[in-house]
Design a protein around this ligand. Structure first.
Ligand SMILES: [Zn+2]
Length: 275
């Protein structure tokens, strides 16, 4: 089954600390490959108790080193497909596509958690990514896109039997739309409601999201909003999604924690935790 599971739908430090929405990232199963995008706090634990079996995953996409995207990355890599007995190291048949600052220490970006050298050695198929790269993972291809987020960051277009666009964090910039032509599903991190603006202009608002979707030539079949701050949650998600849908003409929904979407028909249901 091709599916997306939202292991969390929160974004920003207030969502992380309050867990008003969980922050575990987005699990994707596409054409037989299983992977996580941006595993923030709670990713490992909630994936385990949602029955997603993180030890069997094939890899990870990491857009940037902010804590709400990356905190659980090392712990997840540690447990994925481990062929070695305890106490020994062996490279695993897994992939990691990570914005390059997540894997290469650079002087001006050294204050965040990132993939440790130890865990990098465990990954057989490692890509330190910049915007504009085309990476083949066999059955699926991943294209990285540029962002305007104030820190080094990449978005992803994941192409297999279906195409998923994920611009990651950041404001809309002219030309961004060209990267997301012909997506079936567009997942947008939108922490700011209609009429709002982030202090440093680095997070996408509903107004920005409308600009992006309206300017895409071949529009997605569905847009899913996620990465919610308490501010966005107080602003009525039904209303925010409706504003977007009315402005763009594209079916727009908001994600819920543990929501699974069947990519064949876009049916959704909320998975139950099995503790
Ligand atoms: Zn960020």
């Amino acid at each position: 089954m091709n599916r997306i599971v939202f292991v969390g739908t929160g974004g920003g430090r207030h969502a992380v600390s309050s867990q008003v929405r969980k922050t575990g990232g987005i699990f994707v199963e596409l054409d037989g490959l299983k992977f996580i995008i941006d595993p923030g706090p709670g990713s490992l634990v909630f994936s385990r108790f949602l029955g997603l079996e993180p030890e069997k995953w094939d890899g990870m996409l990491l857009s940037h080193y902010h804590i709400d995207q990356s905190s659980d990355a090392n712990a997840l890599i540690d447990g994925m497909k481990d062929p070695a007995p305890v106490g020994e190291e062996a490279a695993k048949e897994i992939f990691l596509i990570a914005e390059e600052h997540c894997v290469n220490m650079k002087k001006d970006h050294d204050e965040y958690p990132r993939i440790s050298k130890f865990h990098q050695r465990l990954v057989k198929n490692l890509h330190a990514a910049k915007p504009g790269q085309d990476i083949s993972l066999g059955k699926i291809k991943v294209k990285t896109t540029g962002t305007e987020h104030g820190v080094p960051n990449v978005g992803f277009v994941i192409s297999g039997s279906l195409r998923i666009g994920y611009p990651s964090d950041g404001i809309y910039y002219s030309g961004q739309e060209k990267k997301f032509d012909n997506c079936d599903i567009l997942i947008l991190n939108v922490p700011i409601p209609k009429g709002g603006e982030s202090k440093h202009k680095v997070y996408m608002s509903v107004d920005d999201a409308i600009k992006l979707v309206k300017s895409i030539n071949s529009k997605p079949r569905i847009v899913i909003l996620t990465h919610f701050t308490p501010w966005m949650l107080r602003s009525n998600l039904f209303k925010q999604a409706k504003i977007m849908q009315d402005a763009t003409g594209v079916k727009t929904i908001f994600a819920q924690d543990f929501m699974e979407m069947d990519m064949k028909n876009f049916q959704t249901k909320v998975l139950q935790l099995k503790l």
